[in-house]
Write a protein that binds this ligand. Sequence first.
Ligand code: HEM
Length: 465
Amino acid sequence: MVPVLLLIALATLATAVVLRHFLPLLRSPGLPKGSFGWPLIGETIAFLRPHPSNSTGGFVHDRIARYGTVFKSHLFGAPTVVSCDEELNHFVLHNEERLFQCSYPGPIRTILGESSALVVTGERHRQIRAMFLALVASTGLKPAYVASVSESARSVVASWRGRDTVTFCEEARKFPYKVIMEQVLGLSPDEPVARRILVEYQTFMKGVISFPLTIPGTPFARGMKARKRISDTMEAFIEERKKNGSSKQGVFLDVLLANKDLSHDDKVAFLLDSLLAGHETTSVLLSILIYFLAKSPNIVEQLKREHESVRSSKGKEEPLTPEDYRKMDYTQRVVSEALRCGNIVKLVHRKALQDISFKGYVIPAGWKVLPILGAVHLDPSHHVDPEQFNPCRWEGLNQTNSKSFTPFGGGQRLCPGSEIVKVEAAFFLHYLVLNYRWKLDGEDVPMLHQYVEFKRGLPIQLEPL
Ligand code: HEM
């Protein structure tokens, strides 16, 4: 009898808490239309259901049909305004720290660490971001850096010689890993420390995209441990570098170590971030390119003509230069189209710092705001036949960043790595289309979970040219 009474008391209490929490929110005038779903979990499970990356997914699609491109929901434990509207997305991204603030869910912050660029706000964000901008400036389109990216792309593609099939997602990781390791730490990926970091990093990544349960043995808990081990390895590496100095010129670690504004923890977090942000996203972009191109032989032919023309003016073994990159117009359109259809970063997390009115909607202070970047990329009023992979749509258009094309976010948090990625993707395509024909070894669709994933790792069959 006592447990039954206890249950009734708990249920009454829970109902009272839920009603107290939800009812005033539902009644606020000017709120976008929408529903809150279940108490506490809200609609998070339906929202996170995986879908092909060149579609908005059932949840967003249904809500847009029912309520329009701005709607309310309850996601990640908070009342939320979801925006699939290019104007509101732009407004949110461009009012960072004034009206909105970056606000990733607790589990993401736990696993990335409190010093991650994605997590920090205010002055600390400015300082850490400045380091990333310095990293990008140290590479830019400088001939030595461009030549080393070219060489890395060449060597990864060359390593497939004699193989009929490869699991592309694995191969795609090697190239940006090589670039970022050499650039930031001055390490070749074959050195034992770099190999150790890669193994730990893969466990860490599984944690980042897993369900956030800190119980020992779960992927999340293993991911957190792997993060700690990478941090320890980075720390040991930093100490060793401080003692013995760098044997190579132009390694970014030396710039990082000389920075007086950042704490030791910030520096370790910077190294982790550059691996996570600079390596995983780029390899996903390469996989998406391979996937869509495998289905578009005409586009591959046109790409090949462009790269044959680039190569015709130079020796077979000569690395690519910044001038070569500037000649790759069609390639840039292909990359932009892969970014639009791939939606590698589907959304960004923000919260409203005060009550905000925009286009007749009210966003109450403290609410979460989720600009869905991908929904605008797939909106037929901005992109004709949006589900089609069609690089020609970019002819004569701005491909850097516009209100309807924001694969790299925008405003104060615009991705600092966008140019690095484009050079890497273009050079990789150069060596690929000049050396191989490929087709998919069975269907394997890019699926958007929290992150884009190919279930089978994207196996492809290769035919040398
Ligand atoms: C295809 C590849 C990439 C995509 C699609 C991408 C996308 C994004 C997006 C959408 C954001 C904004 C997050 C937000 O506003 O909350 C972001 C931020 C960031 N990205 Fe990238 N990124 C890519 C590659 C890279 C690379 C190569 C680097 C390496 C330098 C990098 C470093 C960062 C950093 C440090 C931030 C945080 C910036 C800040 O908060 O100030 N990303 N990225």
